[in-house]
Design a protein around this ligand. Structure first.
Ligand SMILES: [Zn+2]
Length: 451
């Protein structure tokens, strides 16, 4: 009888393995700065941070399918991640864990109440040296922590099921306010936004929740430029609220195509807490529903898209720009003149990483980099089909806004282009086509059924 039982168990075990086809590894590291660092996102903040209202974390989700394909997502409570740092980390992970570059994805929540995650020389002008030095020291530590959290997750994989669903975030507001004096950063309830909330969950084979990844397409700018208290903004408060509600569960946040969306209302830490609570409640509501299972295999892909930059204006025009009423025009004019003075021409394109992860036939995660505006969700839906899809932004490199042809034609803050080293300039309307073509190519390459 005993032998029979063992035989039955042996026969059943492959079925159990099929019940939980994924291997999942989780890890968290606190990345709150301990030194006085400069804060991301508002040029007026030339003084270091003055306290911590909420800790910041980086959290890793390592995945393995039954074929042995492995990949890791790391979500970071940071304003941005720099492509050079992420490439260095991915190279080391490739060496230590045989992970291809396309199987590594870092996402920044875009909190404007966090530290600089790199030090751009152009931005250090007029800032006291000790603050810059402390920030540099933090960035070195950050790189180690962002790598280690991925290593930790990859080292403790166990069987799991994945499933996903969608909710809705009511506080996501289009911020491009049309006025008689042009487009300002404000409040536009008639403007388009992506209010969807991605909910991706991992359960152990017994059905117990282990991890929830939520995605929202909205700036983490509740507290604005007068705030000097470190916090994760609504994304950080939502993660904390979910982890309090589900003890032992890892809650992660991934930013979507919210380049032109701000939370509403905003201005105070209390509003970051309020929107965080709203988001956590919505994610909990979705978690209580029956979500759609995600089956293997996992196919990951990454392509660097050369985003075309408009050629610089003629010298006389640049001189005129340096006297413009627009501070950005003054800045671009000055930067282009400085390049010309060094005998250099600004580059004609900028390499934008575009990632696509295909989970069986059940789910596609598109990971755009930079700060894409919400139009990209619809453009990508039109190109590869609207179902079984979530489109993230702020992945692998946060270099500035990624406008569409519409935004470029209208103007406003999100049309301002790029400022990264010697790559300074405005993207052309063709940029949108290059991005969508790359996503379509990656979708075909990874086997997404394009409907
Ligand atoms: Zn932004």
């Amino acid at each position: 009888m005993k032998r029979f039982l063992v035989l039955v168990l042996l026969l059943l075990s492959p079925l159990h393995a099929a019940d939980a086809p994924w291997q999942v590894g989780l890890a968290t590291v606190r990345i709150t700065p301990t030194q006085p660092v400069l804060m991301y996102g508002y040029a007026n903040r030339t003084e270091p941070h003055q306290g911590v209202a909420g800790d910041l974390y980086a959290k890793a989700l390592a995945l393995q399918d039954p074929e042995g394909n492995r990949a890791v997502i790391v979500t970071c409570d940071l304003g941005g991640v720099h492509g050079d740092m992420i490439d260095r980390i991915a190279t080391r992970l490739g060496r230590s864990h045989q992970l291809p570059r396309h199987a590594v994805l870092y996402n920044a929540s875009h909190t404007h109440a966090g530290p600089w995650a790199w030090v751009a020389k152009e931005e250090t002008k007029g800032i006291a040296k000790p603050a810059v030095a402390a920030t540099r020291e933090y960035v070195v530590q950050l790189e180690k922590m962002l790598e280690q959290v991925a290593v930790d997750a990859l080292s403790k994989m166990s069987p799991a099921n994945l499933s996903w669903g969608l909710g809705m975030a009511p506080f996501v507001m289009n911020r491009r306010q049309f006025t008689d004096k042009g487009i300002i950063l404000g409040f536009n309830p008639k403007g388009p936004v992506d209010r969807s909330v991605l909910v991706l969950r991992a359960d152990d084979p017994q059905g117990r929740l282990r991890m929830v990844l939520m995605g929202v397409a909205c700036h983490c700018t509740c507290t604005g430029g007068k705030n000097f208290q470190i916090n994760g903004d609504y994304a950080g408060y939502a993660q904390a609220a979910l982890q309090a509600k589900y003890p032992g569960v890892q809650a992660m946040f991934m930013a979507g195509c919210g380049g032109d969306a701000n939370p509403w209302p905003r201005g105070e830490i209390a509003q970051a807490e309020q929107h965080g609570a709203t988001l956590a409640a919505e994610v909990a509501r979705v978690l209580a529903e029956k979500l759609t299972p995600i089956r293997p295999p996992l196919r990951t892909a990454l392509q660097n898209v050369a985003l075309p930059l408009a050629p610089p204006a003629p010298r006389a025009e640049l001189e005129k720009m340096t006297k413009s009423s627009s501070s950005w025009e003054r800045y671009i004019g000055g930067r282009h003149l400085a390049l010309l003075a060094r005998g250099l021409q600004p580059p004609t394109s900028f390499p934008m990483p575009v990632a696509l992860w295909q989970f069986g036939t059940d789910f596609t995660l598109v990971g755009l980099s930079g700060e894409p505006v919400n139009d990209y969700v619809h453009l990508i839906e039109n190109a590869i089909g609207p179902t079984r899809l979530w489109v993230a932004g702020y992945c692998n490199d946060v270099f500035g806004y990624v406008p569409t042809a519409r935004i470029l034609a209208e103007g406003g803050y999100e049309s301002r282009g790029i400022d990264r080293g010697d790559a300074v300039g405005i993207f052309t309307p063709q940029a949108e086509k290059e991005i969508v073509a790359a996503v379509k190519n990656l979708a075909q390459q990874t086997g997404r059924a394009i409907r």
